[in-house]
Write a protein that binds this ligand. Structure first.
Ligand SMILES: [Cu+2]
Length: 445
């Protein structure tokens, strides 16, 4: 058959008519998070009535207003001075005066209209990561839209047809713009929640930075990172999570790090992985973990009952990710006796001290005491003072504080007071004798 221009047009029109039906059924199958049908409408979900807001430690929720049945948000991309931890401030790029941007919360079925104003010196876009949107709303510069030039305001609009933990981030010059901080969390609450409700619902965005000691501008060209963050804060700048004994705790972990996946480890509890950014995991397929790997560009949601009172570390298990501004490429001094070198160099260079002959654990206290001078605006290796000595961790670390009772005003309960007989301590001589342990004996094969 000769394909006339008219036939081609007709074929095109038939294709167009069939496409939405095919697309709808394919989307429902391909996206298990999607539990609302096309055309099914719902009034805008309201905090307190339709969902319990998440807690973004050290972050904030993006306010919205409702206009004609549509939930309206406004993001403003701009340069932001951001404190990663006391002693370290970066000149970053963020949204609405925050790094990372505020958490967007919405409810499945909401009609969303999100304005994005660009106050950066460069073009930008916003991509709704993991969210199923019309192609032209996907926010990929050059593919789905022209990038938003400085001074312009774009508008994105779609109906939310899924629930879970998602992200938003710049999709223009990603390497630079994401390295400078242009990202945030997007939480889609279910319209019809199933399963037990979480008593505490925490949300974290994991990211990584190269901040050269003394500099304030994150280095977007780096492929190695010396500052690892939970919600853009590095320990000891991270606020703890709180839970009362017996409460169900949900933690949403989303990772937008440039180059790394993060195995996030909990102490004292076992977590169940309940959701990914692809949607809820069926009950029978959920699995237990004490370390959940969060690949970059993904989210993992875990739940557990806080049944073990105490102060529990919650951290990335990559040991270089629990260090602040760790120096790489330095000589390995482990086991070296540097006393004579220190004396010789110290005569010319006051304060000279060879570091690392017995590990790096002493470096934080040396820096904090002023014994070891470091550049301004830097946190080399600094951890924190704990109740039983110096904590040698920094970076992607926070604490989960589980207590039978918590202060009514939501404040932090301080350090955990272990019940008598439940804290590791120095062994007594009579115990060593009783149990036949001789610390001076040669090692047994
Ligand atoms: Cu990590």
């Amino acid at each position: 058959m000769k394909l006339s221009r008219r036939n081609a047009l007709l074929a095109g029109a038939t294709g167009l008519a069939a496409a939405p039906l095919l697309a709808a059924s394919a989307a429902a199958q391909a996206n298990p998070a999607r539990t609302m049908r096309d055309g099914e409408s719902a009034p805008p979900g309201v905090a307190g009535r339709d969902y319990r807001p998440v807690i973004t430690p050290d972050g904030a929720a993006l306010p919205y207003r409702i206009q004609g049945g549509v939930k309206i948000f406004h993001l403003v991309a701009e340069e932001v001075e951001h404190e990663f931890a006391p002693g370290l401030v970066g000149r970053c790029w963020g949204y609405n005066g925050r790094v990372h941007g505020p958490t967007i919360e919405a409810v499945e079925g909401d009609r969303l209209r999100i304005y994005v104003t660009n106050r950066l010196p460069a073009p930008t876009t916003v991509h709704w990561h993991g969210l199923v949107v019309p192609s032209g709303m996907d926010g990929v510069g050059g593919i789905s839209q022209p990038s938003i030039r400085p001074g312009e305001t774009f508008v994105y609009e779609w109906t939310l047809r899924q629930h879970g933990t998602f992200m938003y981030h710049s999709h223009h010059d990603e390497m630079t713009q994401m390295a400078l901080g242009l990202m945030g969390l997007f939480i889609a609450h279910p319209r019809r929640p199933q399963g037990p409700r979480a008593d505490r619902d925490y949300a974290y965005l994991l990211s990584e930075w190269q901040m050269h000691p003394g500099a304030s501008r994150p280095d977007p060209n780096a492929m190695e990172f010396n500052l690892l963050t939970f919600n853009a804060r590095a320990y000891p700048g991270t606020s703890p999570m709180l839970a009362r004994t017996g409460e169900r705790v949900r933690i949403r972990l989303a990772n937008l790090s440039a180059m790394d996946h993060h195995p996030i480890h909990i102490h004292g509890h076992v977590m169940t992985v309940t959701e990914t950014d692809g949607g809820p995991i069926p009950q029978s397929a959920r699995w237990p973990e004490t370390t959940v790997l969060v690949p970059t560009g993904s989210s993992r949601t875990v739940e557990f009952i806080a049944d073990n009172p105490g102060d529990w570390a919650f951290h990335c298990h990559m040991t270089h990710h629990v260090m602040n501004q760790m120096g790489h490429g330095i000589p390995n001094m482990t086991g070296v006796n540097a006393r004579r070198i220190d004396r010789a160099v110290g005569a010319i260079l006051p304060h000279y001290m060879t570091m690392g002959h017995d590990g790096m654990g002493d470096m934080g206290p040396h820096v904090e005491s002023g014994h070891m001078p470091v550049p301004g605006n830097s946190l080399p290796m600094v951890g924190a003072q704990g109740p039983h000595g110096y904590v040698t961790m920094g970076g992607m670390v926070t604490l989960l504080k589980v207590r039978n009772r918590l202060p009514a005003d939501g404040s932090h309960p301080g350090w955990y007071d272990d019940p008598p007989g439940t804290r590791a301590r120095i062994a007594r001589a009579e115990e060593l004798t009783r149990d036949g342990v001789d610390p001076a004996a040669p090692p047994r094969p």
